[in-house]
Design a protein around this ligand. Sequence first.
Ligand code: DGP
Length: 114
Amino acid sequence: MNEKCLFCKIINGDIPSAKVYEDEYVYAFRDINPQAPVHILVVPKAHIGSAAEVNAENSVYVAKCYEAIAKIAAAEGLDNGYRVINNCGEDGGQSVMHLHFHLIGGMKLSEKII
Ligand code: DGP
């Protein structure tokens, strides 16, 4: 846990969130500013600052996030597809410096990536 990290505080229960899933490695909750009918943040319980900090020691958390994404998407009824987005660093538009994956769906999404 990083004491100054917003998502660490959410994982720890210090800040309330609309939890949708939790296991030993992963915490997932609804985005406070949803961009689609389903917009869930899937977050590793270990403090990894961004995708740029993923390495051989911590990459299990990335795999566990994707395992969780498949389960959450099924539970949310996203049978026709969805999008997973990771913003990395300033140029990537990352605003919270704790690795997270946006699970977005519930509508036909634009074919554009940017
Ligand atoms: P990013 O820009 O990729 O770092 O995404 C950060 C997301 O986190 C953004 O979509 C809004 C969301 N967010 C920020 N603060 C909170 C919060 O306190 N609670 C929840 N549920 N979401 C938050």
